[in-house]
Design a protein around this ligand. Sequence first.
Ligand code: SF4
Length: 410
Amino acid sequence: MTEHTAAAHRARPDAAAEHVQVRPAAEGGKQATDASGRPLLQFASPRRSQPETHLADLTLEERKARVVELGQPAFRAVQLSNHYFERFTADPAEMTDLPASGRNALVEAMLPPLLTEVRRLRTDAGETIKFLWRLFDGALVESVLMRYPGRVTLCVSSQAGCGMNCPFCATGQAGLTRNLSAAEIVDQVIAANRAIAQGELGGLRQSGHNAPKVTNIVFMGMGEPLANYKRLITAIRRITAPAPEGLGVSARHLTVSSVGLVPAIRRLADEGMPLTFALSLHAPDDELRDELVPINDRWKVDEALDSAREYFEKTGRRVSIEYALIKDMNDHAWRADLLAEKLNARGRGWVHVNPIPLNPTPGSIWTASTPQATAEFIRRLDAAGIPTTLRDTRGKEIDGACGQLAAVAG
Ligand code: SF4
């Protein structure tokens, strides 16, 4: 028995004596299973097709080579990159520094349209905007733009659908459609910056070139980011590279979340980028997490926490543990103690817990913890010396496990 499993046995009282235990189950749908009856996990994308190569898929040098292939001087790649990454435009009519002859063809080849807006929903007095995008093959994805004091955060999708099959998640129940291309990920940020520049985000005084831009990006929209690893990293490199190569957002302001793909977490730690890593844990014990987050079948709680700790050691970046508090399912006091014990067993000062309150949904098993249970859960973590911050209400709508808790809770 390892130290951590010993801790689990010590910390767990007779559950019946303490609290009701609600077990996870898919509501309003049937969870797909594999031949052995376990929830199906999809790693390979059923749809292989990708959109046409876009400027944001390429490094600046590759863009120059492409432009030369198209019969234009290499510096046109820099001009196009400036339009896209600094002025957020792909409209040839706005690119008056490019000669009129051949301009449309060049823009068409380098900046093919990637996202078509289907719907834009505003809440929080216009300080939150949820975009629904249609991709070139009809797949739909969302991104959510939020203004907070001193920062503008965008939650982006990394896949159309998701193969991780979490029973609380509508996206997971529908399965994986395909991986997004790097440019489809980047273009969500460009589109958000364009909306801000057009004065669309409430609470911001300036529009046009002086408008604030997206300062923080969380990969918590649709999909499991680390299951689309290569394109995710390409997108991150574009987002963080200074203009004209990319958008120039600080890597420290990017958060990559995962349900716990351990080898990919290790790989991310080796990329040498000071990204924030967030582990969507939701349960400290394998018995519950096996059902709540099916990837736990592959990599157990202790392995996921070990890899999160390694992430901290390699990058020096404090890890976030995301924990959606669900009434009578994972909000028991003994689970707070067990979580604290497992985190402290791996050292101090390396981790921060974000409990995420669900919206109350009467009649559903996926409903909010009571205020008392929430307060007690946080008190126990705090008492054990674990920094803990309850997410605000906007966070709960869109930042829950990969953004999809709202699909059942909202
Ligand atoms: S919660 Fe996240 S990882 Fe789980 S199925 Fe939904 S999108 Fe995928």
